[in-house]
Design a protein around this ligand. Structure first.
Ligand code: ARG
Length: 461
């Protein structure tokens, strides 16, 4: 570290402890590709605008391409002692090109450079997470298609409430994930604005062409205020927030799977390859994956909090606090990818046990609403029908029977309007089939829902 780039201003070496403390290479090295991509665009523009010689611009571009290839192939190791990835690439370029390499940083600061690199990096990570989210949605649709008539109890307050199908239930998650995908697209859209050219904070005196760099790097617009250009981290916060919501959905789904594979429910059985055993209890088969997803959701929420708190007291423009953006947002991105990559095959291989769902649906009087509706269809006001049905349920509980097995005489004792056709009206199949309002569990409606989700997946923006 004898040759710190700011050595001219300083009369002493920086203390090793400060160097270590200050360094971000351990976590920003992963942006080497984006750093080089941004520098290539910058150098190209500098050459085109006559800010540096064309020949030097070309040499820089070629040098950067070589560095990229060498890092990719493992020929060049990123120096862990470098201050950050930006300094490492520039130093390597200068090592290879001599004085020409030193011209790359003309009309640029690490402040606008790092803002650019993170945007480029996250832009491609959003694409990866979007694809994973889409494959999860597809997995859910496959399960739904196989379970259009798999009757299960729908719950409120975790009490059996009304009959639905397993297809209907899992499709609710497809809808949540569609919104997650939309949020990711929105975030990517607002993120896709070029900060480079903001300089350290007050742009530059060189006649740069930001529009050209924008085109070269595929941005939609150029950031309109140089202070904002270097100090905005909204895009990290927005992404962490979209990812937190996505994790919340995965966590709810995971929680249901934990319940469903318990002996109390046994609605599903996880594949042996996606469950774990116990070190002491030989009978155990634990849903560790889903529990870890619930746990890791906390991590992603934590990352969001880190970012929000990190930004709340920083005066304009760049402050070193902002270097902490990367561990937080990278952790959120890594965690979400890891969770999705494990959750998808786990879901795909899980075995649905329709008999157990059906059995659970048959207890708990989940057709009571339909019994009341039966009387309403015979002309009775709903409130009266509700009361009569309530009394019927109480009677059933007393006798240890269900609405399906209660003899018709007992029905008629309470209300003359009941006929033999009540049994058909309250059969679970009828209850589900009749719930055919838009968005309902009737198989025909769920089929429509599946088609809707598929059409949304097709129109990739
Ligand atoms: N490693 C720094 C970061 O991640 C790069 C920007 C450094 N800028 C500065 N003025 N020290 O934020």
């Amino acid at each position: 570290m004898a040759d710190m780039m700011w050595a001219g201003r300083f009369s002493k070496q920086v203390d090793d402890r400060v160097n270590d403390f200050n360094s971000s290479i351990s976590f920003d090295a992963r942006m080497y590709r984006q750093d080089i991509q941004g520098s290539i665009a910058h150098a190209t523009m500098l050459g085109e605008c006559g800010i540096i010689d064309r020949s030097e611009s070309e040499a820089i571009v070629a040098g950067l391409q070589e560095i990229l290839a060498d890092i990719d192939s493992g020929k060049l190791q990123i120096d862990p002692a470098a201050e950050d990835i930006h300094m490492f690439v520039e130093a390597e370029l200068t090592k290879r090109l001599g004085a020409t390499g030193k011209r790359l940083h003309t009309a640029r600061s690490r402040n606008d450079q790092v803002a650019l690199d993170i945007r480029l990096y996250l832009r491609s990570e959003i694409e990866n997470i979007t694809s994973l989210t889409e494959s999860l949605i597809e997995t859910i649709l496959k399960i739904a298609e196989n379970n259009l008539t798999t009757i299960m109890p729908g719950y409120t307050h975790l009490q059996r409430a009304q009959p639905i199908t397993f297809a209907h239930h899992v499709c609710a998650y497809a809808q949540m994930l569609l919104r997650d995908r939309e949020r990711l697209a929105d975030t990517a859209g607002r993120m896709n604005v070029l900060p480079l050219g903001s300089g350290a904070l007050a742009s530059t005196t060189y006649p740069i062409n930001r529009q050209r760099v924008k085109e070269l790097l595929g941005f939609d617009e150029v950031m309109q205020n140089s202070l904002d250009g270097v100090s905005d981290r909204d895009f990290c916060i927005e992404l962490a927030s979209a990812l937190s919501i996505l994790m919340m959905h995965l966590s709810r789904f995971s929680e249901e799977i934990v319940m469903w594979c318990s002996w109390e429910f046994k609605f599903i059985e996880l594949d042996d390859a996606f469950a774990t055993g116990s070190s002491i209890m030989p009978q155990k088969k634990n849903p560790d994956v889903t529990e870890l997803i619930r746990g890791k959701t906390a991590r992603v929420y934590g990352d969001l909090n880190t970012l929000l708190t990190m930004m709340k007291g920083t005066p304009l423009a760049y402050n070193k606090d902002m270097q902490e953006d990367k561990p937080a947002i990278f952790d959120a991105v890594d965690t979400v990818k890891l969770c999705l990559k494990t959750f998808i095959p786990m879901l795909d291989t899980m075995r649905v046990i329709p008999e157990n769902m059906r059995r659970a649906a048959a207890g708990g009087f989940i057709n009571a609403t339909d019994c009341a509706d039966y009387l309403v269809k015979k002309g009775m006001p709903f409130r009266d029908a509700y009361k009569i049905t309530g009394t019927l349920v109480a009677r059933c509980i007393e006798k240890g029977v269900t609405l399906e097995t209660l003899p018709i005489e007992q029905y008629r004792e309470l209300c003359e309007a009941f006929d033999e056709d009540v049994y058909n009206a309250i059969s679970l199949e009828t209850c589900v089939m009749q719930r055919k309002a838009e968005g309902g569990p009737a198989p025909e409606r769920v089929k429509e829902q599946i088609e809707y989700v598929k059409s949304k997946l097709r129109d990739r923006t």
